[in-house]
Design a protein around this ligand. Structure first.
Ligand code: XMP
Length: 514
């Protein structure tokens, strides 16, 4: 495997994804947690960082136990750090360089740059620049602005690049990472969904033996794939619990339960909506809503799980981005997302997380390989507290009904409306956006229907494009589509007379309104 040492860059996860896209297994670890002694490590990548090498707080490591033992590639800060600590010079650049640049001069014969095209575009994002290299380091690429765009330590398997090969805008970035991972480190590229399933099923059989396992299904991709994988490994010893807190999409509980049954899962559906509506009555503060739902979920789940005799394990669909120990620089909590936190301790169960090393796209590949239906696999993310955080203000059954109806028209509309993508292939708008939904606003406004004055609610439509929900842009949906959806909602959903579209990006807004 390849180890990616994380120095806190925003793009560290992307490095991991790019390497995995090469079907090469890798792990991201904090910069100071290198797995010394792990015989499967074949190469090391040092990430970028928000710090400068000369910042007092900068993350620093002793490379002497890594250098010479494994091939090393430093990216941005990683490259500066290696140059600086070996006697090179790193200085603040005259202007922060951010954006596109082109490899003006480079050494075509260097193994890191094999098959990189002439004048290839690279993506720069740095405030510092390497102004002189240590003695035995040589420049292998420059751009018109940056002399040291890439270097190698002579006679050693140690490289540094100032640009970011992991971002999409670096045209030959994948080629460069492939050169490093495959040619230089000797990576086998043998990761595939089928091989993952085979080894994971064998491991789960071994780990769980004849033990009973309980798993909470949410309808989302991750928990569903985890369930199908476990079902393949241990069959009837797996019990799944799907709790309806009353804040799901229209007919979702029924439909998803049906999907699960068709997949052969042993699933218990619990309609606990009454409990949640009672506890949420009059509550308006977003974090309080989350806490009530999180706690209520644990209570219901706990009660159901106790009905299963002798259960030993709690399985969860945790995926890799949830597990990477993040180097939080600011430490501020914007929203508390982890709804099931605290469950294993409370229930005194051991934790089983079969997807904990996968990225989302890999989870989807595994799901397809397991033969799961496409609509379960391509589902949009949906927040744990569901529509509760899309009803601004207090929650009632009537408001949920209004929101479900409006949301259903919007989502169904997105599924039905197809446009040609850049390759000329017809795809539904639903598959072109990261997630979408409707928000019920605590606002009433005047309208006119027939000869009647109306004084009813406004809803906001939200659809965003994103790759990881960390940042998002509002989706540029066709006007004709929006006209149709707006018309349908106002005509069909009793209680709504106005539809708006949210055109805020994240940051500075967030995807959900609460
Ligand atoms: P924000 O609103 O923070 O959302 O931009 C980022 C992603 O997280 C989802 N989200 C949640 N998921 N529990 C969840 O399980 C929550 O409380 C929660 N709040 C937001 C949101 O839908 C988006 O995909």
């Amino acid at each position: 495997k390849i180890i990616i040492l994380d120095f806190g860059s925003q793009t560290t996860q992307l490095i991991g994804r790019r390497v995995r896209e090469l079907n090469m297994y890798c792990e991201i670890v904090p910069y100071n947690k290198f797995p010394f002694g792990d015989p499967s490590v074949i190469g090391v990548i040092l990430s970028g960082s928000p710090f400068s090498v000369y910042d007092e707080k900068a993350f620093k490591i002793d490379l002497s136990n890594i250098r010479g033992k494994y091939p090393v590639l430093g990216i941005c800060y990683g490259a500066q750090f290696m140059a600086y600590t070996n006697g090179g010079k790193v200085e603040p650049a005259n202007t922060r360089e951010y954006g596109r640049a082109h490899l003006a001069k480079f050494d075509h014969d260097n193994p890191l740059l094999k098959d990189v095209r002439e004048n290839s575009q690279v993506w720069m994002s740095h405030g510092d620049t390497i102004t002189s290299l240590p003695e035995n380091f040589k420049i292998i690429a420059s751009t018109d602005k940056v002399a040291v765009a890439a270097y190698q330590a002579e006679g050693e398997k140690l490289w540094g690049v100032q640009f970011h090969p992991e971002v999409y805008h670096t045209e030959d970035g994948t080629q460069i990472l492939k050169n490093f991972v495959v040619d230089i480190c000797g990576g086998k590229q043998d990761w595939s969904a089928a091989s993952f399933i085979e080894t994971t099923v064998a491991q789960l059989k071994e780990q769980l033996g004849d033990d009973k396992v309980v798993l909470g299904l949410s309808g989302g991709v991750d928990s569903s794939v985890a369930a199908v994988l476990l079902n393949k490994a241990i069959g009837k010893n797996l019990t799944c619990i799907f709790v309806d807190h009353g804040m799901l999409r229209k007919n979702e509980f029924r439909n998803v339960l049906h999907d699960y049954e068709c997949l052969g899962l042993n699933v218990i559906g619990v309609d606990a909506s009454e409990k949640f509506f009672t506890e949420l009555a009059g509550v308006t503060e977003p974090e309080r809503k989350r806490k009530i739902i999180g706690k209520g979920f644990i209570d219901v789940f706990d009660e159901e799980a106790h009905k299963i005799h002798d259960v030993k394990w709690l399985a969860q669909g945790t995926i890799y981005p949830d597990c990477i120990e993040s180097l939080s620089i600011t430490g501020t909590v914007i929203k508390s997302h982890h709804n099931v936190g605290g469950l294993p301790e409370k229930m005194n169960l051991k934790l089983c997380e079969p997807l904990r090393l996968l990225f989302k796209d890999e989870v989807r590949r595994v799901g397809r390989e397991l033969g799961m239906p496409e609509h379960l696999i391509t589902r949009h993310p949906f927040p744990g507290p569901g529509l509760a955080v899309r009803i601004l203000g207090d929650i009632t059954r009537e408001k949920v009904r209004i929101l479900q109806d409006a949301d259903d028209i919007f989502i169904q509309g997105l599924r039905d409306w197809k446009t040609k993508n850049t390759e000329g292939k017809e795809t539904a708008l639903y598959d072109q956006v990261w997630q979408a939904g409707v928000i019920l606003l605590p606002v009433q406004s005047v309208g006119v229907m027939g000869d009647e004055r109306t004084y009813e609610r406004a809803v906001a439509l939200r659809a965003v494009t994103s790759t990881d929900a960390m940042t998002a842009d509002w989706a540029h949906l066709p006007y004709e589509f929006m006209a149709k959806v707006s018309n349908d909602i106002i005509n069909k959903v009793k209680g709504v007379n106005r539809v708006c579209y949210d055109i805020s990006s994240k940051p500075p807004a967030t995807i959900e309104w609460e």
